[in-house]
Write a protein that binds this ligand. Structure first.
Ligand code: ZN
Length: 250
């Protein structure tokens, strides 16, 4: 799981006897383990500049720092042709909608839910070929856009999508770029997101076990064909979901 690059995850041992509070920038970081053997599991944002950063352990103001070296990662470039130019160059009215939607999703991704032992062992929500890996630098119709913050899995329209781990439905919505979307809160700011769905069969607030059907693969939002965009977030940062697949068995 440990891959200390932008978009990666740092797993840092902390020997305190009581459960430590850990922060990266202003965001609280997930901690698992037991007295004397804690591990902070910190997401490193794709926008983090490689070099030395630090985790803060303890209450803000009285924290000690644990340095952490972030290595560079060269993600490949992917060119995508989109029929609907408005999904590449949104109209002024769209921009306002996009701004509101981005803020709404960011708030959910940055929400701290207390939970002692979140499942870090995710299961892939749908079987299929990976058509777009995490981190790709994306060029839409010749124009550079945000890097790819998730994993694209190709599956026929209507294929059942399941929850990657136990959690609670934090948000259901229909968004300009992401299409019909479900966000699941797994506790301690581990969050997964499922986009471009054709339909959704869960409601906000609903508690799910790992593998609960949540909806079906579709092509809503900015998508060139039916696929699931699957995102994972730690302390508000998009991380490579592949790093969390079967994590406990590594
Ligand atoms: Zn995607």
């Amino acid at each position: 799981m440990d891959d200390r690059v932008p978009g990666g995850i740092a797993v840092i041992p902390i020997g305190d006897m009581t459960r430590p509070e850990v922060y990266l920038e202003q965001q609280r970081v997930l901690v698992v383990g037991s007295p004397g053997r804690w591990h902070a599991v910190a997401g490193i944002g794709l926008d983090v500049t490689p070099g030395e950063i630090s985790l803060q352990v303890g209450k803000p103001g009285a924290a000690r720092r644990i340095p952490l070296k972030v290595l560079p990662r060269d993600y490949p470039t992917q060119h995508i042709q989109i029929q609907d130019q408005r999904k590449v160059e949104p109209l002024p009215g769209d921009l306002q909608r996009i701004e509101l939607e981005t803020a709404r999703m960011a708030a959910v991704k940055a929400h701290w839910t207390e939970l002692e032992d979140p499942a870090l062992d995710l299961r892939q929500p749908v079987a299929g070929e990976i058509s777009g890996n995490f981190g790709l630098r994306r060029i839409y119709n010749g124009q550079p856009r945000q890097p790819h913050g998730g994993m694209d899995i190709v599956a026929p329209k209507g294929t059942t999508v399941t929850a990657a781990a136990a959690g609670r439905v934090a948000l259901v919505g229909d968004f300009f770029f992401n299409g019909i979307t479900v966000i699941i809160d797994h506790g301690q700011q581990l969050v997964t997101m499922y986009c471009h769905l054709d339909r959704v069969q869960v409601k906000p607030g609903e508690a799910l076990v790992a593998g609960t059907p949540i909806g079906a693969v579709g092509q809503t939002g900015r998508a060139t064909g039916p696929h699931l965009h699957w995102g994972a977030y730690l302390n508000g940062a998009a991380v490579n979901p592949a790093l969390l697949l079967g994590a406990t068995s590594r």
